[in-house]
Design a protein around this ligand. Structure first.
Ligand code: ZN
Ligand code: ZN
Length: 339
């Protein structure tokens, strides 16, 4: 057997990986932050969220991306960007998002945001237009708290109140259906009778709103989570930036949630899944996971509670080999990503 064959044999001992200066690497390290992918029975959630760095979370099936801290390529495919507030880690990707969609011949992107920042968002795009020397086709829609916008037939976005250091709003996505009134459904009336009733102007249906996803963006108000539609959305994406016991004051000053406040709200939540976003970059995920487990011990809580970034894909990189994404199921998560 030649030396080359020996080197490629799986049983052959591979040399320890080395970096560019020839020093041995103790383990493989990702070169790029990997996106989290969460599969729910209803839709996928794809993105990245670390406080102060970047938050961007896409729901591909619903054609939306919540916030746009940066603009990873998959986010371009969503027609609507729901921007909770103007902090850079949530908004810096918006000009790139709009520009790239335009450049690639896609329909103009739409930014939906709290009405208090709509003018500033338009101003940013105008400035970028001046820099680029050409107009970027786009739409900016400012919504008041509680106001709705129909994204497509039967899919509604509604804003809800949050409290942060700048104007802000959370977003609730609703599946809106017109259902036959129960008393008429019970009678099992034939279709032509129902059509006649409708033609006479009788109301034969009622509106059923199913809250699909609530996304808080940044907020300091645990009551945020208890609002109708938010506490009972199938999936709740909530920020919880601070976990350390001594960081309550820090959370209050920056208008963020602390674990203690999340714990007060959790027993009242009716969601199927709560995903924690926006963890401080100073906090190790492994430690936060253990701290959360301890805090939840003995409590009767309906939702499954997980960290969004616990679903981050592992980007395995070996010197001299092509990088490949290796999705890892949450159950197989190791502590390795925390270091
Ligand atoms: Zn933030
Ligand atoms: Zn913020």
């Amino acid at each position: 057997m030649t030396a080359a064959h020996q080197a490629s044999s799986p049983s052959a001992r591979e040399p320890a990986p080395r970096n560019l200066t020839g020093n041995a690497l103790s383990h493989e390290v990702p070169l790029l932050p990997a996106l989290a992918v969460v599969k729910t029975p209803y839709f996928h959630l794809l993105g990245y969220s670390v406080a102060g760095e970047e938050t961007v979370i896409q729901v591909p099936e619903l054609n939306v991306v919540f916030d746009i801290g940066k603009c990873p390529r998959p986010m371009l495919t969503s027609d609507f960007c729901l921007l909770t507030h103007g902090h850079m880690d949530h908004s810096a990707g918006l000009a790139y998002y709009l520009s790239q969609r335009f450049f690639q011949g896609m329909t103009p992107g739409t930014i939906i945001c709290p009405i208090g920042i709509a003018e500033a968002v338009t101003g940013v795009i105008k400035s970028w237009t001046a820099l680029e020397g050409k107009a970027i086709a786009h739409r900016v829609i400012g919504l008041k708290i509680g106001e709705e916008y129909e994204l497509r037939k039967g899919l509604i976005v509604r804003t809800f109140a949050t409290r942060h250091t700048v104007p802000s709003a959370g977003f609730l996505l609703l599946d809106r259906r017109e259902k036959l009134k129960p008393e008429l459904a019970q009678q099992q009336l034939p279709g032509h009778i129902l059509r006649d009733m409708k033609a006479r102007g009788e109301k034969i249906t009622y509106t059923l709103d199913v809250p699909l996803i609530a996304y808080t963006g940044d907020t300091s108000m645990s009551e945020t989570l208890l609002q109708d539609g938010v506490r009972d959305a199938r999936v709740l994406l909530t920020e919880c930036t601070f976990f350390e016991p001594g960081h309550c004051q820090r959370a209050a000053v920056g208008h963020h949630l602390h674990l203690q406040e999340l714990m007060e709200a959790l027993p009242k939540l009716e969601n199927e899944l709560v995903l924690i976003t926006h963890l401080s970059r100073r906090t190790y995920l492994r430690w936060a996971r253990k701290t959360l487990e301890k805090a939840m011990a003995g409590l009767i809580i309906k939702p499954r509670v997980e960290f969004f970034m616990d679903h981050a894909q592992k980007l395995q990189v070996r010197p001299g080999k092509a990088a490949a994404f290796t999705p890892v199921e949450p159950a197989a998560t190791t502590d390795a990503e925390d270091v």
